[in-house]
Design a protein around this ligand. Sequence first.
Ligand code: SAM
Length: 238
Amino acid sequence: DSSFAAAHFSLTSIGVIESDYPDKFGIPRQPGLAPAARATLVLTPPHNDALAVRGLEAFSHLWLSFIFHQSPERWTPLVRPPRLGGNAKVGVFASRSTHRPNRLGLSLVELTRVDTTQGVRLELAGCDLVSGTPVVDIKPYLPWAEAHPEARSGFAPQPPEACPVSFSPSAVCDLAQHPEGESLTLLISQVLAQDPRPAYRKNSTADRLHGVRLRDVDVRFRAVINNDATTLEVVAIV
Ligand code: SAM
């Protein structure tokens, strides 16, 4: 009986993301955790037709379906969500893991501007996607049908706890000289508040220097531990 056979479908990207995140490392694990993050979804021919987005500007939020193009194609039935410290396992379909069959991702993002002066460019806020991510579909978000604040959310019942972030005097000075210093400071604070250090590092006391690339800068930071409380200190902006 062929009804049990896997069916095969092929997808074509409709556009590509240009974002504040040149690398996967450091990107918050869900959209909206760093609202200062900006991105543009640039639609590509033949999908960059202004007619295809007519009416979209009336919506504040969009669902983007995209491909985790930087994840390997192999997947396993069990994954280790970073949220559980990287040890406990859950089913891949009980997770938002990037290592999944078909590598399909789904993000709810804010639409701040629709620009159809040359092709189609959708300006977005709070995106959790690396620059270069191929997008395969866009749908407007309908809060009356899709928002369920009372829903149970398994091993991730609340937003992750924010980690305090501080800036060294020389980092403050570096940022003051940057043309987008103010918005960059906000972005850095929101990204580091998610504590992007790998799980195994979080328990170590070593004040190793870490780096995360945001927009056109490399942010150097380290963990400062005081009476069991960790602060991430931005040491320099390179
Ligand atoms: N909101 C989406 C979802 O639920 O499908 C993505 C969630 S996933 C846990 C978020 C992580 O995906 C980010 O922290 C980033 O490191 C990673 N990521 C973003 N874009 C990617 C891409 N194009 N390929 C692989 N990983 C990506």
